[in-house]
Ligand binder design. Structure first.
Ligand SMILES: NC(=O)c1ccc[n+]([C@@H]2O[C@H](COP(=O)([O-])OP(=O)(O)OC[C@H]3O[C@@H](n4cnc5c(N)ncnc54)[C@H](O)[C@@H]3O)[C@@H](O)[C@H]2O)c1
Length: 300
């Protein structure tokens, strides 16, 4: 679980054991996702000291009353998330699957229907970047894999979920994209190689296309574009690939964020995801929401 990052300065419910933006203890009010069934993809995370976006979002959804299905290709990682949720007294179950395999996507949605009675929220968090590179050096097979998982996985999860949502007459889909799709480079390492950027740009286009096509069915489709977030996959994995220490890479990323305080945390993404999934966002569809401390306003 995440170590504390930045604490709120003067929040009335300040709790030194709770990371900035992390869910507050269960309140005596109805949850913002009460009665909803949510499927979170990439709901585990790679090992590391900080919490990942998928896990944080699943925890926040469950705290707000959703019954949550946790899809990940790494069963044990998703099981750790389920344990967190169950310890807090909420409900979750794990589905092992690969979002780039169509059968797995259909099986995940079928499991939601069978076990939880439907599917109200699809939060599609999976994204990979390993093997990426600039045009001259990238292995085409790596490009294909990144495109297949990031853009193809989103399409396949939508393809499996939309018939259920259409039949219900409502649904909310949120894709986790990236500001990499819309800015020239992130962090001073100039780290914006081809495949990841192309895949997230495709995801943004898919968001707009689906939002337009499914609005008539009451299905909202939005995307969150995280900026620099302190997650194990975003920091530890990339630092290793760049051959620099975690501390050095954290410093580079912190310095690149305009908003005071440096990088965001996975709880910042989870809070945005909660809003988009909830009824508070009932009139919002087709939006590409940057959650980036102002970074995408700097370079376009
Ligand atoms: N961390 C950042 O700075 C940052 C910035 C911009 C965008 N994002 C996006 O946020 C999302 C989550 O990133 P994160 O760093 O928090 O990772 P995360 O901790 O949420 O981990 C991703 C999970 O996805 C799973 N996964 C990978 N491929 C899969 C597949 N094919 N099928 C099923 N599960 C699969 C992994 O096992 C892992 O548990 C990604 O889409 C990423 O591109 C992250």
């Amino acid at each position: 679980m995440a170590a504390p990052t930045r604490m709120p300065s003067s929040s009335p419910d300040s709790d030194p054991a709770r990371p900035a933006g992390a869910p507050a203890p269960a309140a005596a009010r109805p949850g913002r996702l009460e009665g909803k069934v949510a499927l979170v993809t990439g709901a585990g995370q790679v090992a590391g000291v900080q919490v990942g976006n998928g896990r944080a979002t699943a925890i926040v959804f469950a705290r707000e009353g959703a019954r949550v299905a946790l899809l990940d290709r790494e069963r044990s990682a998703a099981e750790d998330t389920a344990q967190e949720i169950e310890r807090a007294g909420a409900e979750a179950f794990v589905i092992e699957g690969d979002v780039s395999a169509e059968d797995d996507c259909h099986a995940a949605v079928a499991a939601c229907r069978e076990r939880l009675g439907g599917l109200d929220v699809l939060h599609h968090n999976v994204g990979i970047a390993l093997g990426d590179g600039w045009a001259e050096g990238i292995e085409f097979s790596h490009w294909e894999r990144i495109m297949r998982v990031n853009a193809g996985g989103a399409l396949l999860m939508a393809k499996a979920s939309l018939p259920v949502m259409r039949e219900q007459g409502h649904g909310a889909i949120t894709f986790v994209s990236s500001i990499a799709a819309i800015v020239a480079g992130v962090a001073r390492t100039n780290n914006s190689p081809a495949a990841y950027k192309m895949s997230k740009a495709a995801l943004n286009a898919l968001t707009q296309s689906l939002a337009q096509s499914y609005a008539q069915h009451g299905v909202r489709v939005n995307a969150i574009l995280p900026g620099l977030i302190d997650t194990p996959m975003g920091v530890d994995t990339v630092a290793r690939a760049l051959g620099i220490s975690r501390e050095r890479y954290v410093a580079i990323r912190d310095e690149s964020v305009p908003l005071k305080g440096g990088m965001g945390s996975a709880w910042d993404i989870a809070n945005a995801a909660l809003f988009l999934a909830s009824e508070e966002a009932r009139f919002i569809t087709g939006v590409l929401l940057a959650v980036d401390g102002g970074q995408s306003t700097r370079v376009g």
